[in-house]
Design a protein around this ligand. Structure first.
Ligand code: AP5
Length: 215
């Protein structure tokens, strides 16, 4: 399974990817997570990326494409992988296709998690993530038992720097202008599937599994 998860910020790509990892034992490649780790580590790449991420803009293709090329060639990706947050525009999608064609392992599915815009703001402003185990919560939809503390491991919960209302608006605009055209791109390639991203996380996951298993 070589899967791309598509969808607006807050659509639930990360949430579903975590469940797919557990069920199918393949890695999630989240460019957002890789970039945030570089920011936290204070690497030169992280410093460059932070200025774009804080504004809700895309990090330059030259930075992101290199990261993904390296990652999909690693051993643990031989059984497949879930790309989450990449590609983000047509240029990234074209390079990805070229790289995968050279490796003889094209994408199997591009899956859109489709959520109406009015839901996204609450999903993003309410999101909290565990610093320790990365478990995700939402203060509106799936709050932790104790404020600011992870139910699973007792770790501290944090709010992402780009989950502020103004930055979210910019991220949604960038999605419409640069990422949404990927739906047509993958439709033309005959690999686009979609699932409604509202309802319970488990209900959505069942549909996701049916799609990736070709049921
Ligand atoms: P990235 O980290 O990729 O963020 P994003 O695409 O904006 O997506 P999110 O992680 O915000 O949302 P999600 O769909 O994963 O939703 P989640 O599952 O968390 O990118 C961040 C930045 O990095 C970009 O702005 C850019 O600067 C840079 N970047 C990254 N990739 C790049 C690239 N390829 N090129 C250039 N720049 C790049 O869910 C959200 C919330 O909703 C959570 O609280 C969750 O608990 C809740 N939730 C999920 N599902 C449900 C449900 N069914 N019901 C109720 N609540 C739910």
């Amino acid at each position: 399974m070589r899967l791309v998860l598509l969808g607006a910020p807050g659509g639930g790509k990360g949430t579903q990817a975590k469940k797919l990892i557990e069920k199918y034992g393949i890695p999630q490649i989240s460019t957002g997570d890789i970039l945030r780790a570089s920011v936290a580590a204070g690497t030169p790449l992280g410093k460059e990326a932070k200025s774009y991420m804080d504004k809700g803009e895309l990090v330059p293709d030259s930075v992101v494409i290199g990261l993904v090329k390296e990652r999909v060639a690693q051993d643990d990706c031989k059984k497949g992988y879930i790309l989450d947050g990449f590609p983000r525009n047509i240029a990234q999608a074209e390079v990805l296709d070229k790289v995968l064609a050279e490796m003889g392992s094209p994408l199997s599915t591009a899956l859109l998690i489709d959520v109406d815009k009015d839901v996204l703001m609450k999903r993003l402003t309410g999101r909290r993530t565990c610093k320790n185990c990365q478990q995700m919560y939402n203060v509106y939809f799936s709050a932790p038992k104790k404020d600011g503390v992870c139910d699973k491991c007792g770790g501290e919960l944090f709010q992402r720097d780009d989950d502020k209302e103004e930055t979210i608006k910019k991220r949604l605009d960038v999605y419409d202008a640069q990422t949404a055209p990927l739906m047509d791109y993958y439709k033309k390639k005959g690999i686009l599937k979609s699932v409604k991203g509202t309802g319970s996380i488990d209900e959505i996951f069942n549909q996701v599994c049916n799609i990736v298993e070709g049921k």
